[in-house]
Design a protein around this ligand. Structure first.
Ligand code: AMP
Length: 212
């Protein structure tokens, strides 16, 4: 199966774009963060192990993540075209993905954005509790405050989007990012995108990358 990896800081818009492209183009969107949050809600063994790391804004250990993505990919048909959002986050994860005989990483797209934009993006983020639709207190406001336009459910803030945890997540990102970019650059698979612009503009640039 064909994989495009979305790389970028928390808050750079990877999830928003992956959701839009999944709807408009029929790609399969896999977000490891969403999978872990679901595992926490369902109180699975993985969820219980992951929660402490996530609450602190730390990375969940590679072995757990590599198993999670391996099991998820194993359930998908070979014909799937996948947008991978939030994985890999470390070079060992990138290597594990390349070692999977059923998958080919086609390209890695780096959502580049100035750091100063990120804290406001993260702390203002809200998500529909039920359908996962993303909002922002300043940029993408719902018609009725606190309620989802699509399904009317409550909007919630992720516990790791508070300022303190968000700052730590950005530090963790900085610690891993150069290594990951170097990995995909050396593989000649890296494309960079200016993620500090209009959502529709980014979507159209991504569509060009994905159709290339
Ligand atoms: P995200 O929704 O992608 O921002 O991920 C939320 C949190 O889930 C991260 O801060 C990590 O604690 C954890 N997480 C998600 N994906 C990974 C990954 N590939 N490796 C390690 N931890 C991850």
């Amino acid at each position: 199966m064909k994989i495009t990896v979305f790389l970028g800081a928390p808050g750079s818009g990877k999830g928003t774009q992956a959701k839009r492209l999944a709807l408009s183009h029929g790609f399969t969107h896999l977000s490891t963060g969403d999978m872990l949050r679901a595992a926490i809600t369902e109180k699975t063994a993985l969820g219980l192990k992951a929660k402490g790391f996530m609450d602190q804004g730390a990375l969940v250990p590679d072995n757990l993540m590599i198993d999670l993505i391996g099991e998820t990919l194993a359930k998908l048909p070979n014909t799937s075209t996948i947008l991978l959002d939030g994985f890999p986050r470390t070079v060992p994860q990138a290597k594990a993905l390349d070692a999977n005989p059923r998958t080919t990483v086609h390209q890695a797209i780096y959502f580049s954005i100035p750091e100063k934009a990120l804290i406001q993006r993260l702390t203002g983020r809200r998500t529909c509790k039920k359908c996962g639709e993303p909002y922002h207190l300043l940029y993408v406001t719902p018609k009725v405050a606190g309620k989802c336009d699509k399904c009317g459910s409550d909007l919630i803030q992720r516990p790791d989007d508070t300022e303190e945890v968000a700052r730590h997540r950005l530090e963790v990102f900085r610690g891993q990012n150069e290594g990951l970019l170097a990995y995909y650059r050396q593989e000649k698979k890296l494309n960079e995108l200016n993620a500090d612009q209009d959502v529709l503009k980014i979507e159209s640039l991504l569509t060009k990358f994905l159709e290339a």
